[in-house]
Design a protein around this ligand. Structure first.
Ligand SMILES: NC(=O)c1ccc[n+]([C@@H]2O[C@H](COP(=O)([O-])OP(=O)(O)OC[C@H]3O[C@@H](n4cnc5c(N)ncnc54)[C@H](OP(=O)(O)O)[C@@H]3O)[C@@H](O)[C@H]2O)c1
Length: 323
């Protein structure tokens, strides 16, 4: 299968679909690693990992097997992310080294700061949980963390560095102050949450948008659900485009993402699902009028609100997303 790629400002080509690896508390590390192994055998080359997903050692075993099967390291695109409790200058390199060693690699293609907020909370806590030491975005501190990522690039341990869960105002400051500009911004993007202004800002500033939860995260944990959330794959426009192409709403969401210019990273441990997403990325094309119809169904429905990262006197999760 011919997986489309997108060019980063460095000239590198990133495969335009990646497999997500966050199991939403529903799937075991072994199930996810098996999916990574099998997904590579059918054509996936890009894997979106993170320390906090708790499965990098198992995914590392899968990556070793994938390379033993004859797929070259340089044909893989492996991302990992620095978790919120490792932003302190002294913690960045050890956290990176742990991910690198768990993934059994000697370099990463991309390393992201997962969230712009330093904090600590135990895994799987309820949305009302707060870290008493959590603080709002402090640009000066973020740049100290970023400088450590820049050093990893200088040492050849990481090819690209990037941001995640940012806003335009925060990115403007990072672009102003960084020695090495972010190559990407990973952000929530699906038909009901298109973030048009941030999306255009990211592209206009030479970064590639990576879209997480591209199917509307139907299996997200209960703690990430609110009664106002909408369901992308049940949207009548998505359903009718799927019917017209004799495919599924999920395939339409993937094709829309790629044609729009973002890199979707759908998660699945089920072959029929990740194969369908890959085929949609490679073969399905929406017409101009279908793309226009998709643009009109944005509901500004953020699903991953980030409540647990709030500081003690924050009013609500919206505070995380204002500059
Ligand atoms: N940077 C960040 O802060 C951040 C935040 C969130 C996510 N991410 C990344 O983005 C990835 C994807 O996000 P996500 O898991 O939240 O959402 P998603 O990819 O939109 O949804 C994944 C779920 O959709 C279902 N699915 C997958 N393929 C399907 C298909 N072809 N047809 C029908 N249903 C399908 C599966 O549900 P069932 O398992 O129930 O079948 C799967 O668990 C994560 O794994 C992670 O790598 C990053």
């Amino acid at each position: 299968m011919n997986v489309p790629t997108i060019k980063l400002y460095t000239g590198a080509q990133m495969p335009m679909i990646g497999l997500g690896t966050f199991g939403s508390d529903k799937y075991t590390p072994t199930q996810i690693a098996d999916a990574v192994r099998d997904a590579a055998s059918i054509g996936y080359r890009h894997f979106d990992c993170a320390e906090v997903y708790g499965n990098e050692p198992e995914i590392g075993d899968a990556l070793r097997d994938i390379q033993a099967s004859g797929i070259r390291r340089e044909d893989l695109w492996i991302t990992s992310k620095l978790w919120n409790n490792h932003h302190a200058v002294a913690d960045v390199v050890p956290a990176f080294e742990k991910s690198l060693s768990d993934l059994k690699l000697d370099y990463l293609d991309l390393y992201l700061i997962h969230w712009p907020y330093p904090n600590f909370h135990a895994p799987k806590v309820d949305v009302t949980s707060r870290d008493p030491h959590a603080v709002p975005y402090i640009h000066e501190n973020y740049m100290k963390t970023w400088e450590q990522l820049e050093k990893l690039v200088d040492k050849g341990l990481v090819k690209h560095i990037g941001t995640s869960n940012m806003t335009i105002g925060k990115l403007e400051k990072v672009l102003r102050d960084a020695s090495i500009k972010p190559s990407v911004n990973e952000m929530e993007l699906h038909p009901h949450f298109q973030q048009p202004e941030l999306f255009e800002f990211v592209r206009a500033n030479g970064m590639v948008p990576i879209g997480y939860s591209p199917l509307g995260s139907p299996s997200r944990p209960e703690r990430d659900r609110t009664p106002e959330d909408t369901v992308d794959c049940e949207d009548p426009v998505v359903v009718s485009i799927a019917q017209a192409h004799k495919t599924s709403p999920a395939a339409v969401a993937i094709a829309w993402a790629i044609q729009r210019g973002q890199v979707p990273i759908p998660f699945s441990v089920k072959r029929h699902q990740y194969q369908e997403s890959l085929e949609a990325a490679c073969d399905l094309r929406l017409s101009d009028s279908e793309m226009e119809a998709m643009a009109r169904i944005d509901r500004e429905c953020r699903l991953i609100k980030g409540q647990v990262f709030l500081w003690s006197d924050a009013k609500g999760w919206e505070d995380l997303w204002i500059d």
